[in-house]
Design a binder for this molecule. Structure first.
Ligand SMILES: [Ca+2]
Ligand SMILES: [Ca+2]
Length: 84
């Protein structure tokens, strides 16, 4: 039983990594690439719509505090907003 749970968790983890790396084919990437106007793979505050939830929570979404939101950070943001 524990082994099954471990396998299940492993699959969830693998799926998560696959989604994070394969952003080109995920539905979330439509949002990300649309916002990423200069297509450098990160979202800056200038690219984010000023009135959007993303802009208002920008500093929270920017987990590493480097001033831009990368695909992984954006994915965490969408996961949080979708589960709300
Ligand atoms: Ca950009
Ligand atoms: Ca960042």
């Amino acid at each position: 039983m524990i082994k099954l749970i471990t396998i299940a968790l492993g699959l969830v983890f693998i799926c998560g990594v696959a989604i994070a790396e394969d952003t080109a084919s995920s539905s979330m990437d439509m949002g990300f690439s649309n916002i990423d106007k200069n297509s450098d793979g990160t979202l800056t505050l200038e690219e984010v719509a000023p009135e959007s939830i993303l802009a208002r929570s920008f500093t929270n979404v920017d987990k590493d505090g480097n001033g831009s939101i990368d695909a992984g950070e954006y994915q965490l943001f969408t996961a949080l907003t979708e589960s709300d």
